[in-house]
Design a protein around this ligand. Structure first.
Ligand code: IPM
Ligand code: MN
Length: 383
């Protein structure tokens, strides 16, 4: 058997540990069934509990420790405990959630992939029945833009206070995320061709393409990076004449995500705009309980990518065993598929997990079940 691939499992806070438990059960079952070359280590950090004990959310050398892993599977971060607990351990979001951004930056996980596909059994929030055809992949730039964390507060607390928050967009960062979008568009078209589900997207010249990339900006107001995104988009698009191109302003994109989300295929957006758009996209595909996400470094396989659902720690329902683990399980499936780049058998296991979760959703999606019930039902299908 080849050297096992190593996964750092981080349950985190809130509902994180509950949904991660179900993910680990699935990993155990799949490992046994297919002799998967994987092993995992559970980390008690990053977490509120770790902060309460040691005064920091994760150890100072956390990134060094994680560097040796091939993937990070993370539940959720940030949870002060129940509102009515007088001893709830409050931390500012900027402290409890910082590890997320540290890992994305530290391991250059420059792609955040958030697929939004309304699968059978998932809740359909839109009344229009064309919503059944929602199947898009939102790609969020994950390494720069509005999230660089540069700036500061001058004369803090005085009436002359000045707060600056810098946005930084590089041509290299722009080029790589847009190119990634086009590559994904091609792969999606290929997959649809294989499954016999061709889609068609019109181009301005009257052609019809099998896939599309829509780039989102706010170039009518934020013109410097907006113009650079537009130029780079056109340059990269020239290499993909088979892919239809489209641009939306972020505000109009929000409107069209609700009005006609089935018209989108691949959507590329900046860090913050992608963040906002993907909460909306998650609802279009059935809600946070089913929305997977991942943070990828596609060009350095030696650095770990991070797999964490779009949802947060949901403190309002944490500890009750009622959180939906579906998003976590889809995210775990994506992790296995990703690791399949190194060990193809993991891809197969990832697809199997995806199919089992999707089949469970199709059969039982409408019924109220607790975390364990959903996990057990998926396990039953894997065995
Ligand atoms: C997400 C989250 C994070 C983000 C927060 C928790 C910092 O909203 O992963 O979408 O904004 O990236
Ligand atoms: Mn978000």
């Amino acid at each position: 058997m080849p050297q096992p691939l190593r996964i750092a499992v981080m349950p985190g806070d809130g509902i994180g540990p509950e949904v991660v438990t179900e993910a680990v059960h699935c990993l155990e079952t799949l490992r046994e069934k297919h002799q998967l070359p994987v092993e995992w280590t559970r980390f008690p950090w990053p977490s509120h509990a770790w902060h309460e004990q040691y005064g920091e959310v994760m150890p100072g050398d956390a990134l060094e420790q994680l560097r040796d892993y091939h993937a990070i599977l993370l539940g959720a971060l940030g949870d002060p405990g129940p509102m009515d607990d007088p001893d709830r351990y409050l931390l500012p979001d900027s402290v409890s959630l910082a590890p997320l951004l540290d890992m994305r930056k530290g391991f250059d996980q420059w792609v955040c992939e958030r697929p939004a596909r309304l699968l059978p059994g998932a809740r359909q929030y839109l009344a229009d029945d064309r919503a059944r055809d929602i199947d898009m992949l939102v790609i969020r730039e994950n390494s720069e833009g509005e999230y660089v964390g540069q700036g500061g507060r001058l004369r803090q607390g005085t009436e002359h206070e000045v707060a600056t928050q810098m946005e930084v967009f590089t041509r290299r960062g722009t080029e790589r995320i847009i190119r990634y979008g086009f590559e994904q568009a091609r792969l999606r078209a290929e997959a649809r061709r294989r499954d016999g589900h061709k889609r068609e997207f019109p181009t301005r010249s009257g052609k019809r393409c099998e896939s599309q990339v829509c780039v989102v900006t706010k170039r009518n107001a934020l013109r410097y990076w907006g113009d650079m995104y537009t130029e780079v988009f056109e340059e990269v698009a020239a290499d993909y004449p088979d892919v239809a191109t489209h641009h939306e302003l972020i505000d109009a994109a929000c409107m069209k995500f609700v009005q006609s989300p089935w018209a989108f295929d691949v959507v590329v957006a900046s860090n913050l705009q992608g963040d906002i758009l993907t909460d909306l996209a998650a609802v279009l595909s059935g809600g946070m309980g089913v929305a997977p996400s991942c943070n990828l470094n596609p060009d350095n396989p030696d650095l770990p990518s991070m797999f964490e659902p779009t949802h947060g720690s949901a403190p309002d329902i944490a500890g009750q065993g009622i959180a939906d683990p579906t998003a976590m399980l889809f995210t775990t499936a994506r992790m296995l598929e990703w690791l399949g780049r190194r060990e193809p058998v993991l891809s197969t296991a990832g697809r199997e997990l995806f199919d089992a979760v999707a089949a469970d959703l199709a059969e039982n999606g409408g019924t109220r079940r607790d975390t364990r019930e959903i996990g057990d039902s998926v396990l039953g299908r894997l065995r």
